[in-house]
Design a protein around this ligand. Structure first.
Ligand code: RB5
Length: 172
């Protein structure tokens, strides 16, 4: 798989280790950084990874921040993204089997390297079950498409920066 990966400064130490793990597992890795200890804003990194998954440039995304939560909130703003914060084997497995999660968000501060490694392995190796779960995931996509179409009729998959779905439709 092609996997986009990113972290803010809190995940700066663990990310290179997971990049190595992914390469050893045979995956192609697109590493968007951050490449120094200097603080960065997690939404910028989440957006970079999520856009790669949303566009199809990457099959999956992995994000690290202090808690994994800010990254998850930000990534889920990008159309087509189903980002999940996982903290153990079970949440990793179920997020794939039932939710077809395409971005994994992890806490660099609260999880150790062994747990993170295990979560990543389980998450990448667990297939989506489909069936009744496919119908539910399609409903998530329908919500997104309906709201985007209402907001931006000319570009149903792109929300302008700073817009909300209560915004008046653009005139042009
Ligand atoms: C950065 O201090 C921290 O807020 C960030 O890494 C993350 O935990 C946000 O959700």
């Amino acid at each position: 798989m092609r996997i986009a990966i990113g972290s803010d400064h809190r995940g700066h130490n663990i990310r290179p280790k997971i990049v190595s793990l992914l390469k050893n597992m045979g995956h192609e890795v697109i590493d968007v950084g951050t490449f120094s200890q200097s603080p960065v804003d997690y939404p910028d990194i989440a957006e970079a990874v999520a856009r790669k998954v949303s566009s199809g440039e990457a099959d999956r995304g992995i994000l690290f921040c202090g808690t994994g939560l800010g990254m998850c909130i930000a990534a889920n703003k990008v159309p087509g993204i189903r980002a999940v914060p996982c903290h153990d084997d079970l949440t990793a497995e179920m997020s794939r089997r039932h939710n077809d999660a395409n971005v994994l968000c992890l806490s660099a501060d609260l999880l150790g390297e062994r747990v993170i490694t295990r979560i990543v392995e389980v998450w990448l190796n667990t297939p989506f079950e489909g069936g009744r779960h496919a119908r539910r995931v399609e409903k998530i996509a329908s919500i997104e498409q309906e709201l985007n179409a209402r907001c931006c009729p000319s570009e149903p998959k792109t929300l302008p920066p700073g817009s909300s779905c209560d915004a008046k439709p653009q005139k042009d």
